[in-house]
Design a protein around this ligand. Structure first.
Ligand code: UD1
Length: 423
C-alpha cells in the first residue's frame, strides 16, 4: 500500500486547478441508468470512487467509455440486463446506494447490498427506504441486501418529508420520482450544490423538476428521459481542502474554478481566522501572510452550514491556531478518527462526545500517521505541510478515492510531498 511523505517546507505559492466534484459525479453516473439514450459527463474527476461506480454500472450492462484522460465519461444504458448490486462492489463505497432509485424506476425492481465506504459512523439507509416507499416501493432487508419492488404499473408520485435533510436520500428520491407517474413532493430536502447539479443534468435529460437548492422539491414524472451532455460541478470539498493549505503553511494560492457560493459558511469561518479570501477571474485567491491564524469555533451542519467533509481539515488548521477552539460534529457520530493521529504530531486535542477541543500549538512535529477515512487522510497531509520534519501518511488508498493527483497539485505550489510506492 502506498504512503505519502510530507516535509514541512514553508509558504506555498501558485495555482491549483480544482477538479469536478466526486460527490456530484457519483450521483450523476447512476442518473444515466434512467435513460436508454447515451449520456456524457465532462469535467469528471479522476478518482478510484468513480472507477468503482463505473464497474457497478457496467455490472448492470451499461456500456461506458472513458475518454480524454478520464475527464469524459460516455455512458449508454440501453442494454441493461441486471438489477442486482453485489456486496463486492457496494462495500467499497457508500454512494453505490444511489443506484437503488434509478434501478427501481427503470426495472421496477432492485436488489442492492447494504453499503460500505468510510468508517465514519452508522450511516444507515432508513431515510432512503422511507423516501422510496412514499413512491409506492416495497423494500425488504434480507441477508444484507435491500430487495426493492415497485407496484405492477410502476412507481407513483407521492409526498414525503425527510426526518433529516439527507443528501443521499434526497438524491435517491429525485432519481426515482423522475419516472414515477404523477407529481412527487419532497419536503425538508437537502440543499447541497450537488443536488442542484443533479437536477440540472436531469432537466437536460427531460425531467420536470422545480425547487432544487430549496427545502421543497417538486417533481412531475415523465414517461421517459433522453440523452444529454453535462459538465460536472466543481468539487467544493477539494476546493475547501486546498484553501486550507496556504492557511496552514502560509503563502498565497489561487484555486482555479473555485467560487465562494459553493462553500456556504466555510468561507466566513476561514476569513474569521485571519486568512484572506478574494474572488478572482479564474477562481479564488487565498492568502495567509500573517503566520498563525486565530482559533474559531466550528459546528458542522447541512448546507449552507460548515460541511462535515471539511471538519478534519479545519481541525488540522486549528492545531496551530492561536487560542482554543471547539469543533462540534453534528452529521456523523464517529468522525474524529484523525484526532489521535494529529495528537501524534504534537497537537493538543480533547474529544468528548461530538465535540473536540483543540488548543493551538505554535508548531506540529512530523510523525508516522495512519488515516482511517478519506477526509481524515487529507487532514494529515495538510498538517504535515506545517510540521517540522517528516510526516508519513500511510493507507493512502482513501486519499485516492477523493483527491486526484494530490502530490502533483501540492508540489505545483511548492510543497515537498511525494508518494512512496507499496510501503
Ligand atoms: C454526507 C454529507 C454530504 C457529503 C457525503 C459524502 C451532509 C448532510 N451530508 O452525505 O454533504 O457529501 O456525506 O461524504 O453533510 N442518515 C440516517 N439514515 C439514512 C441516511 C442517513 O439516519 O438513511 C444519517 C446518518 O447517520 C448521518 C446523516 O444522516 O447522521 C448523514 O447524512 P446524509 O446526507 O444522508 O449522508 P450522505 O448522503 O452520505
Amino acid at each position: 500500500m502506498d504512503s505519502i511523505l510530507v516535509r514541512g517546507n514553508g509558504a506555498l505559492s501558485g495555482q491549483i486547478p480544482i477538479a469536478g466534484a466526486k460527490n456530484a459525479c457519483l450521483t450523476l453516473m447512476p442518473a444515466t441508468l434512467l435513460s436508454e439514450e447515451p449520456v456524457t459527463l465532462t469535467n469528471a474527476p479522476r478518482l478510484s470512487d468513480i472507477s468503482t461506480m463505473r464497474q457497478l454500472l457496467q455490472s448492470f450492462g451499461a456500456e461506458i467509455s472513458v475518454l480524454n484522460k478520464g475527464l469524459v465519461i460516455a455512458m449508454s444504458s440501453h442494454g441493461l440486463d441486471n438489477w442486482r448490486a453485489d456486496y463486492d462492489i457496494v462495500r467499497k463505497m457508500r454512494a453505490s446506494n444511489l443506484v437503488l432509485g434509478p434501478l427501481l424506476a427503470r426495472f421496477g425492481q432492485a436488489i442492492v447490498s447494504l453499503p460500505g465506504g468510510c468508517a465514519i459512523g452508522a450511516r444507515p439507509m432508513d431515510l432512503h427506504i422511507t423516501a422510496l416507499e412514499a413512491l409506492g416501493a416495497e423494500i425488504e432487508l434480507k441477508e444484507g441486501y435491500l430487495h426493492a419492488k415497485a407496484p405492477l404499473n410502476g412507481l407513483k408520485g407521492g409526498t414525503h418529508r425527510l426526518r433529516f435533510a439527507s443528501v443521499g436520500a434526497t438524491e435517491n428520491f429525485l432519481l426515482a420520482a423522475c419516472l414515477a407517474k404523477g407529481t412527487s413532493v419532497l419536503e425538508n430536502a437537502a440543499r447541497e450544490p450537488e443536488i442542484v447539479d443533479l437536477v440540472s443534468c436531469l432537466r437536460k435529460m427531460g425531467a420536470q423538476i422545480e425547487g432544487e437548492g430549496s427545502s421543497r422539491i417538486v417533481i412531475e414524472g415523465v414517461d421517459r428521459l433522453h440523452g444529454a451532455t453535462h459538465s460536472v460541478l466543481v468539487d467544493r470539498i477539494e476546493l475547501g481542502t486546498y484553501m486550507l493549505a496556504p492557511a496552514i503553511a502560509g503563502g498565497e494560492v489561487e484555486l482555479l474554478g473555485g467560487r465562494m457560493s459553493l462553500l456556504g459558511s466555510f468561507c466566513e469561518k476561514l476569513a474569521k481566522t485571519g486568512v484572506e479570501i478574494n474572488e478572482t477571474e479564474a477562481g479564488l485567491r487565498v492568502s495567509n501572510t500573517k503566520g498563525r491564524v486565530k482559533a474559531v469555533d466550528v459546528k458542522t451542519e447541512v448546507f449552507p452550514g460548515f460541511p462535515t467533509d471539511l471538519q478534519a481539515q479545519m481541525m488540522a488548521l486549528m492545531c496551530t491556531a492561536e487560542g482554543v477552539c471547539h469543533l462540534e460534529e453534528t452529521i456523523f457520530e464517529n468522525r474524529f478518527m484523525h484526532a489521535p493521529e494529529l495528537i501524534r504530531m504534537g497537537a493538543s486535542i480533547d474529544v468528548k462526545g461530538g465535540t473536540a477541543t483543540v488548543t493551538g500549538k505554535p508548531q506540529l512535529k512530523g510523525a508516522p500517521v495512519m488515516a482511517t477515512d478519506l477526509r481524515a487522510s487529507v487532514s494529515l497531509v495538510l498538517a504535515g505541510l506545517a510540521a517540522q520534519g517528516e510526516t508519513v501518511v500511510s493507507r493512502v488508498y482513501h486519499l485516492d478515492r477523493g483527491y486526484e493527483f494530490i502530490e502533483e497539485k501540492l508540489k505545483a505550489v511548492g510543497a515537498d510531498v511525494e508518494r512512496i510506492k507499496g510501503s
